[in-house]
Design a protein around this ligand. Structure first.
Ligand code: G4P
Length: 280
C-alpha cells in the first residue's frame, strides 16, 4: 500500500480529512515508533484542534525500547495522550479504552452538564500510509464489533464500528500525507519501507542503513553478518555480500541482492530493535 504523493493527492487527502474530522470527538493518530517525527504530518495538529488527541506509537516492537520511553515523554509533554502499541500482536491495545475516556473527559463532562447521557465517543484513526492503520483497526475493533451505518444523525454513507456502548470508530482511516519536502524525512521513510523502493536506489539505501547502524548500533552488523572492520560502507556491503553468499555467475558479487537483504533485515527487525528519529 505505497503511494506516490503529489499535490493533487495531498489536496484530496486534506479535504477528506477535514470532512471526517468534523464528525468525531477524538483523533487517534498512529505514528511509527521508529520515526516518530518523520512519520507525522504536523498539519494534523491544525486539522485536529479542539479534538481530544491520542497518539499511538505503533510498531513499537520494532523500535528501541529506551527510545520508546523517551518518545512517550516527549508526546506527553506536548499534551497528547500517548501509548506504545503493537497492532500486529495486539500488545498495548487493551489499555486504549481507559485512556480514551481520560482523553475525552471534558466532552463527557460537557455532555453530562447538558443532560446528554450515553452518547458514545466518536473517534477516527489517522496516519500516513503503511503506518498500520488497517492492522490497528482490525486489532482494536476485532471481529465481535458490529458495523453501524446510515444512522440518523450520522452523515449518510459513513460506516461506524461500534466497539461498545461508549465508543464508535469511523471504519475508514484518515490518510495523512508524508512530508517528502524534507530530504531526511524521505530517506527515513524509505529506510523503514514506507515509500516505494523505486524512489531511492536500493543499493544507495542499504549504504545509508549501514552508515546509520555503524553510528548508532555498532554491534548490529557484526551480530547479523559477522563483519567488524571495514574502510568504508561500500566495503561493508561487499563483505555482507560475501557473508550472505550473493554471487552472480562465478565469483562476481551480486551487490544488489545483498543490498535488498540489508533493507529487508533492517525493516523487519532482524538487525535489532531500532529507532531512527532521535529526540531533539
Ligand atoms: P496502513 O493501513 O496504515 O497503510 O497500514 P497496514 O495496516 O496495511 O500495515 C502496514 C504493514 O505494517 C503491514 O505489513 C502490517 O502487518 C505491519 N504492521 C502494522 N502494525 C504493526 C506493528 O505494530 N508491528 C509490526 N511489526 N508490524 C506492523 P505488511 O508486510 O504489509 O503485511 P503483512 O505481511 O504483515 O500482512
Amino acid at each position: 500500500m505505497n503511494y506516490q504523493w503529489y499535490p493533487g493527492h495531498m489536496t484530496k487527502a486534506k479535504r477528506r480529512m477535514q470532512e471526517d474530522i468534523g464528525l468525531v470527538d477524538l483523533v487517534i493518530e498512529l505514528i511509527d515508533a521508529r520515526i516518530p517525527v518523520s512519520s507525522r504530518n504536523p498539519e494534523i495538529d491544525n486539522l485536529g484542534k479542539n479534538k481530544a488527541r491520542l497518539v499511538l506509537l505503533n510498531k513499537s516492537d520494532l523500535a528501541d525500547e529506551k527510545h520508546n520511553r523517551l518518545w512517550m515523554d516527549v508526546f506527553k509533554e506536548k499534551g497528547f495522550h500517548v501509548l506504545l502499541v503493537n497492532s500486529k500482536n495486539g500488545q498495548g491495545i487493551k489499555a486504549i479504552q481507559g485512556i480514551v475516556k481520560e482523553a475525552c473527559r471534558e466532552k463527557i463532562e460537557r455532555d453530562r452538564r447538558r443532560g446528554i447521557i450515553n452518547r458514545p465517543i466518536r473517534a477516527m484513526v489517522v496516519g500516513i500510509p503503511n503506518v498500520g492503520k488497517s492492522t490497528f483497526i482490525n486489532s482494536f475493533a476485532g471481529k465481535a464489533c458490529t458495523k453501524t451505518g446510515n444512522k440518523p444523525g450520522v452523515t449518510k454513507g459513513k460506516q461506524w464500528i461500534r466497539l461498545n456502548k461508549d465508543l464508535e470508530l469511523l471504519d475508514t482511516p484518515g490518510i495523512l500525507w508524508p512530508k517528502f519536502e524534507d530530504q531526511t524525512v524521505g530517506l527515513r521513510l524509505a529506510m523503514i519501507g514506507s515509500i516505494k523502493d523505486e524512489i531511492i536506489d536500493a543499493t544507495e539505501l542499504s549504504l545509508r542503513i549501514i552508515e546509520f547502524l555503524h553510528e548508532h548500533y555498532p554491534l548490529a552488523l557484526n551480530e547479523r553478518y559477522g563483519i567488524l572492520d571495514f574502510d568504508d560502507f561500500n566495503e561493508a556491503l561487499r563483505m555482507i555480500c560475501l557473508n550472505r553468499r550473493c554471487f552472480l555467475k562465478g565469483e562476481e558479487l551480486h551487490i544488489a541482492r545483498a543490498a535488498g537483504i540489508v533493507c529487508d533485515d533492517f525493516r523487519n527487525g532482524r538487525l535489532g530493535r531500532i529507532t531512527i528519529d532521535r529526540n531533539p
